[in-house]
Design a protein around this ligand. Sequence first.
Ligand SMILES: Cc1cc2nc3c(=O)[nH]c(=O)nc-3n(C[C@H](O)[C@H](O)[C@H](O)COP(=O)(O)OP(=O)(O)OC[C@H]3O[C@@H](n4cnc5c(N)ncnc54)[C@H](O)[C@@H]3O)c2cc1C
Length: 370
Amino acid sequence: MKADIAIIGAGMAGASLAAEVGGRASVLLLEAEARPGYHSTGRSAAFWSETYGGPKVQPLTSASGRFLAAPPPSFSERPFLSPRRALHLADAKGRPALDALCAEFSGGAVALERLDRARLETMIPGLRAGWDEGVLEGSCTDIDVGGLHAAYLKAARAQGVRLVTDARVARAERRGTGWRLDSSAGSLEADVIVNAAGAWADEVATLVGAAPLGIQPYRRTIVQLRTTPPAPAEMPLVIDALGRFYFKPEAGRLWLSPHDETPCVAADCGPEEIDVALAIDRFERVVDWKVERVEHSWAGLRSFAPDRLPVYGFDSDVPGFFWFAGQGGFGIQTAPAAAKLAAGLLLEVPADPLVADIDPSPYLAGRFRN
Ligand SMILES: Cc1cc2nc3c(=O)[nH]c(=O)nc-3n(C[C@H](O)[C@H](O)[C@H](O)COP(=O)(O)OP(=O)(O)OC[C@H]3O[C@@H](n4cnc5c(N)ncnc54)[C@H](O)[C@@H]3O)c2cc1C
């Protein structure tokens, strides 16, 4: 197996970048698992929120939104976004956090509307006393994550990208100006290695002899609940202003997270009972609904660079090693813009029009090296 570019990891990051660069270079997309999307990509809460990740992530999310709402027909006949809205909810303690959110986005890039208790009650049935203020982010949507990931893999294949599953890369060594990689699916050669390994990004850096950037995986838990009353389909995503929970309706059920962020080593993680209990306890302090059953719970890893911004670009110390990592809690909603920006950097060509007005410098891998 030989290619111009070997991309390690076929989650949303690797798949989207493969679709962008395939056809312009020969690409091998290497995935350790039998099924691409098995890790973080397959475990998300599936929302697109322009405030999520903060003002420096927002340009990536907003540009991606334009693509996701109206993808080119050759990519998908259907949009990937569907209306949801987000409600940032505060009790007395959370009020300063709501003020801070409004101040961060006061430039008008994201429309936010302050709501009083009476408006909140029309949106959240059974809202308990004490939750008196909110901010509505009307543009927030749900994302069809599985559909988007599948569309990227299909587009990549159509561009000649070869996806190899059960191919965990375990070694990499320099061969002339390129690389030889050893994986559980055999050996291969490539001119450039792309690190799209999600929670394993720093481990993959070590394999090629690059210094890790401190990309830390954090566990996040989601529980699916059956409740009385059932979650109304039109209810917004409800996010605590202080980051203690979020919940949203999903096909007659409720998806609820305690917004946990437990540092972990990269691994196939599962939910801890304590986090499930914490989620339900926090939820029951917000509404008077009855939790009938925990139908399902899962956990996944969100991996952040030290400054919590994504990492794109060539490593400044190791030639031929490209970072596409640190996708944090926003790697789905930023995927189209991220992949287009990274493709420009990787192929050293001008950026795609979708991202032409985004300054890539806050995201460049070189920001961590002296
Ligand atoms: C609970 C939860 C909720 C979330 N909610 C949202 C949300 O609502 N919206 C949003 O935008 N984002 C959300 N996220 C974040 C989002 O899921 C991630 O940012 C995104 O999936 C990261 O994609 P990735 O491709 O970088 O990582 P992954 O999907 O983890 O893919 C990395 C892949 O690399 C492979 N790999 C690793 N090492 C090797 C190796 N040595 N050889 C070969 N392959 C290797 C792994 O097997 C894995 O499949 C959420 C995450 C979690 C956990």
